[in-house]
Design a protein around this ligand. Sequence first.
Ligand code: MG
Length: 248
Amino acid sequence: MTEFALFLDFDGTLVEIAPKPDQVRVDPALVPALARLRERLGGALAIVTGRPITVIDGFLSPQRFDVAGLHGVERRFGGTVSGGRSEDHPALRARIPGLHAVVEPLEAVLIEDKGASVAVHWRLATPSDAARAQTIVEELATDLGPGYRLQLGKAVGEIVPASATKGTAIRAFSAREPYAGRRAIFLGDDLTDERAFATVNEDGGVSVRIGSADTIATRRLADPAAVRSLLLGWADGATIDPDALPAA
Ligand SMILES: [Mg+2]
């Protein structure tokens, strides 16, 4: 019988996207279901997200899951955190005050400073302010050079250390017990997840895109409600057969 390791994006996958990143609502049934499912998978369940680990802990309290945070910059595996220290990123830190100054005049453009990465959100901005915000973050990425890369998502642009990706984070988990030797399943909803889908496909895993966008994932689910319904079923003993999910 195939054994699986489950890797889950957070925003837009486990929870619906909110107008502001701190406004997401977590379905009360989700956290206990994830804990049961982790048990069923022998511990091989991790959250793989652009959010900091501490923020995920807040949303999924009182559970503390394995997490790859900040797109893989920081990882918590079996309770031990590595990577993600803001003091390792002086070049990025030096640009934060200037970023605040240029974003200030734009209405409804938010800076989310995560320490080792920084995101600029324009979901609620006017089209012209949104375009300006994207230009600002693109220019910052160019200025910072090859040590950083720009990751564009849904109404957000984020500067992250170039070495970290969700795909490399999934591979790092997969090299260790209890993940090692299991077939990876990765669920994600965004452009930022496509590269990780490629990694998972290459390694013989199952990639699942949430929503209707074009994708290189092999399977698809409609929305976070469909994801929660699937995971609740798996948590309660339904056969785990990701190959039976609708083709993407
Ligand atoms: Mg997402």
